[in-house]
Design a protein around this ligand. Structure first.
Ligand SMILES: Cc1cc2nc3c(=O)[nH]c(=O)nc-3n(C[C@H](O)[C@H](O)[C@H](O)COP(=O)(O)O)c2cc1C
Length: 332
């Protein structure tokens, strides 16, 4: 079955993308993803802190990255310890060995000279660039408008540095997600990854210390991105990649029905290995066949806001009904 999918102006053999993860810094892992049929791969991010700290200064890179809760401080030799030069070599090797597009990733929060590194990623051969905008506005005096402008400024600086397609991995924390999504596309993004996953710190009650753990997602996490993919599909220019909570083929199909152009997964591949890509893709084909669909286009966006003509379940009206009819927790 033809699963060919356009994404950011690239043509992918299918809509499944391996999102950024440390394993994607290993060539052997990337080869196995390619063999299993993945549509594209995203390499682990290069961080603003890495670039600002200077290529060989691991101590300060570690200290800077410790403020970014999703990621642990880079370890010498680990994927986030890859000095920027080695990262460029990784892109070159991946490009030489893989049959699918290689998407590089930059992670930052404010525009400054580090954004020029994007041009080196392009020169090394990256087919596209994913810009992970990760910023926690801890200062209560920084307004929502200022935070939004910060993101648009980073995007503008990176856009200026490269010609390759650019996706923004955006967080869900805006008062008007749709408006921010449109402005990012107007500001030069060829597509959006919905959403970036922020992890929140917890408190250790014995030691009275803060700690962060990186727990892999499960399917319950897909509801928010699913909602926003459905609300945005067909209503903004640019590609939409769904990210978060893919456990098995059900989530893959739901995201496509909501209108995602592509679907990303990290957790499923970390849990089951790169061979699981084959299981997901054959599951997708089987689902399409069992629903008498001969192509992806037949189902893509079938459950989006536009196609369902502004369905009540996507808006507030349904909220009251749900509260009124709630029957309590189901006995186990
Ligand atoms: C161990 C680990 C490392 C990650 N590294 C990156 C990274 O370098 N850059 C990035 O944008 N996202 C990174 N992510 C986030 C994933 O790309 C993805 O957005 C997140 O895991 C949610 O998707 P999932 O539910 O499919 O796992 C990482 C996730 C994990 C679990």
């Amino acid at each position: 079955m033809n699963l060919t999918t356009p994404y950011l102006g690239l043509s992918l053999r299918n809509p499944l993308i391996a999102s950024a993860s440390p394993q994607n810094a290993e060539l052997d892992h990337l080869r196995r993803l390619d063999d299993a049929g993945i549509g594209a791969v995203v390499l682990p991010s290069v961080f603003q802190e890495q670039l600002e700290a200077g290529a060989n200064d691991y101590a300060s890179i570690g200290a800077a990255c410790a403020d970014v809760p999703e990621f642990l401080a880079p370890v010498d030799g680990g994927p986030y310890g890859l000095i920027p030069e080695s990262h460029l070599a990784l892109i070159m090797r991946a490009k030489a060995e893989l049959s699918v597009p290689v998407i590089a990733s930059l992670n930052g929060a404010s525009a400054s000279h580090w954004t020029r590194y994007a041009a080196l990623l392009e020169e090394a051969g990256a087919d596209a660039l994913e810009l992970n905008l990760y910023f926690v506005p801890v200062d209560p005096l920084e307004s929502g408008a200022a935070v939004e402008q910060r993101y648009l400024d980073v995007l503008a600086a990176v856009r200026q540095a490269v010609k390759i397609p650019l996706a923004v991995k955006m967080p869900p924390y805006f008062s008007s997600i749709g408006n921010m999504a449109s402005r990012l596309v107007e500001g030069g993004a060829d597509g959006l990854v919905i959403f970036n996953r922020y992890l929140q710190p917890d408190i250790d009650l014995q030691r009275l210390e803060l700690f962060s753990t990186l727990e892999l997602s499960d399917a319950r996490e897909m509801r928010l991105p699913l909602l926003w993919i459905a609300l945005l599909a067909g209503r903004i220019r640019g590609s939409l990649a769904a990210s978060g909570g893919v456990e098995d083929v059900e989530q893959l199909v739901k995201y496509l029905l909501a209108g995602a152009d592509t679907v990303m997964t990290t957790a499923a591949i970390l849990r089951h290995g790169p061979g699981y890509v084959r299981t997901l893709l054959s599951g997708l084909e089987a689902w399409l066949l069992s629903h008498r669909s001969r192509s992806l286009e037949q189902i893509r966006g079938q459950m989006s806001w536009t196609r369902l003509q502004k369905h009540d379940n996507y808006v507030r009206a349904n909220y009251m009904h749900l509260l009124e009819t709630y029957g309590g927790p189901q006995p186990k």
